[in-house]
Design a protein around this ligand. Sequence first.
Ligand SMILES: [Zn+2]
Length: 351
Amino acid sequence: MSTLNNTELAVQWFDGVHPVARAATIRLEGRHLTLQPADGTAAQDYPATRLRWPEPLRHAQRQLLLPDGGVLACGDAQAFDAWLTGSGRSHGVIARWQQSTALAFLTLALLVGVLFAGWRWGVPVAADTTVRFLPEAVDERVGQQVLRELDSHWLRPSRLTWAQRRAVFDHFADAVDTALDRRALPRLTHFDLQFRQGGGPFGANALALPGGTIIVTDELVELLQDQPQALVGVLGHELGHLKHRHGMRLTLRASAAGLATGALIGDFSIALATAPAMLAQRSYSREFEREADDYARTLLRGAGIDPAVMVGFFERLQQQRGTDEHSAQGAFAAAFSSHPADEERKAFFKK
Ligand SMILES: [Zn+2]
């Protein structure tokens, strides 16, 4: 048994059906393993991620398990190792793959893709493309980290009574249900309402975190106490951000390099640690805000609420800004109140 060149390896192939081994050569290219039987029958192609690599023992025969139940055996461990190295792999890398979950591997591959694509086509496009393939569990992890950071540094526990929280939740959930029943919304976007005291940096605000958490401040609930339908609109806007995964797209755009580095070294803590500050400092683009407003308007209409209720909200917010410049600006640009221009948005909801 010997290597034909650096990237091809002669092996014995047990196809999992016939008891007799057949001679074959294998080649590992990119994410595929190609198996070429020596008898000239059709070559087989396997995704590298679905291969199983039993722990290599120094003097033992090397084996590779195929996803279809087949086994590749190589009696020449040295040749096998040389082939792996020649294919740009090493046992170290493979051992690490084995330890990581399929999710982590997928994330790694995608985020390395972001780094490459970011260099090739620009980060925003790459980030938006990547997020479509990114498992939502990653959003949740980022969102949980952001919430922990916000809770430990900026937000305080809500002072609202459970009855007040319940009323806000029920009102919003009823509107979403009605819109879903009438098929105004295609499908339910997962959300979880969290109430917090906003204080100086937040004021009256709502904020959607990647993964489905919507933070509502006590100040916002109080501001719209007599306008529950406007509050539905504001929460609908945040649900729109979740539906379009704006938080995750923003996170990826801003920290694609950090995340890709994290993926390479198998540790996302650096990227996760910077996510809260990043979400706080960067504002959503107007494009994102329009998409979220559009979703809110669709939801309101679907729930039988006149979208013009939002105009009252913008006016009240403007009044508040007039009297309290500090809380109006707020440190958290990503939150609801900052953009785009109120006049433009008023016109949008009146349409
Ligand atoms: Zn927004």
